[in-house]
Design a protein around this ligand. Sequence first.
Ligand SMILES: Cc1cc2nc3c(=O)[nH]c(=O)nc-3n(C[C@H](O)[C@H](O)[C@H](O)COP(=O)(O)O)c2cc1C
Length: 412
Amino acid sequence: MTVLEKEMILPNGSILKNRIAKSAMSENLSNKNNEPTATLIELYKKWAQSGAGLLITGNIMIDSKAIGEPRNVVVENRKNFGMLKEWAESVKGTNTQLWAQINHPGRQAMEPINKDLKAPSAVPLKSGGRKNATKKIPIALSESQILAIIESFGNTAIILKDAGFTGVQIHGAHGYLVSQFLSPYTNIRSDKWGGSLENRARFVIEVYRKIRSKVGRSFPIGIKLNSADFQKGGFSEEESIEVVKILSKEGIDLIEISGGTYEAPAMMGKRKKSTIIREVYFMDYIEKARKITTTPLMLTGGFRTASVMKDNVASNQVDIIGIARPFALYPNIGNEIFNKSQTNFNTKIKKTGVKGIDGAMNIIWYEAQIKRLGKGKAPKPDLNPWLVFIKYSWLILETKLIRNKKTSFNKL
Ligand SMILES: Cc1cc2nc3c(=O)[nH]c(=O)nc-3n(C[C@H](O)[C@H](O)[C@H](O)COP(=O)(O)O)c2cc1C
């Protein structure tokens, strides 16, 4: 047995059967009404057989008025409880934990498909890692709107717990709302929600406490947190370490480390080569975090070889290995790592050669592979990127039309 196969006991006593986790990947597989679908459930049945100890869903939106992508699942009430239960049951009999990642995109909500954008402050997105990232000025949230969003995080979490998910993860990374509050670049508020780190961290702490009050102590809560924004004037490494200290003290069960925003997509490896240590991103940060917390740490970004994964757990730097893109191309990756039938999980992506489009390809090409898995098909490494782009553009247009129609209908 290698270190990767050893179980991990989380602070609340819940157990992950091994050290391999599928990190969140937006599946973009809801139906037109942002409800879970059979394809999505089939996908998770497949991944449940991957051998991973933990599967974290793609980001589930807590508010239908703020969605990141056309086909994100939204959970804001119990309307689709039956389908959510089926989704949670996809891991049945495998002893694999299935955690739901919950998110509010804030100013990174996709402009064409959202009426307004809400954010801590009216700081617009400059340019995007994705073609359709918005440049619209967001509306700064009022105090009562902030409190309502905190309530919504708790509401979504308890619905998912009741449906049978075995944990939740707060999306506190990648420039979405929680990370917008943390960052002095996007949060320029002068009330108790902005300014000092203590004030900027208030939102994530209140979200955590609200969820905890709803789900209880025995239900795992994790967070995906930026090691930094990788932007001038943004959330820094030193501040991130302070937030790790705070959340550890609060009793969070797992901290996953990533980094970057749509404006600086470090999570996808867009960083200086010198800061990528032996294929892994954010390694320098995790060494510092390890020294100041005993909370289990998961690191995501760049893991591609079984030996590097093993070394990182063996040297005690990381507790859980977070893997995203390889799960789209090697859906049996956990078992392959453990039985050593495959040691290298390269992800070479097909590109169009057009810079603006290829930024988005890093996401949408993988989503197309994920959809194939949900449809019971094998991954297709030579999948045509142009086809992917055209289909995705159509999806945005279609969603825009549907949402506009709904809005005008509601006005009648
Ligand atoms: C298709 C796709 C969708 C993603 N969606 C999410 C998401 O919903 N939530 C999240 O925290 N990260 C998301 N990510 C980022 C990954 O979780 C991960 O941080 C990143 O891909 C780096 O890990 P990797 O090198 O193992 O792929 C997504 C990545 C991809 C490729």
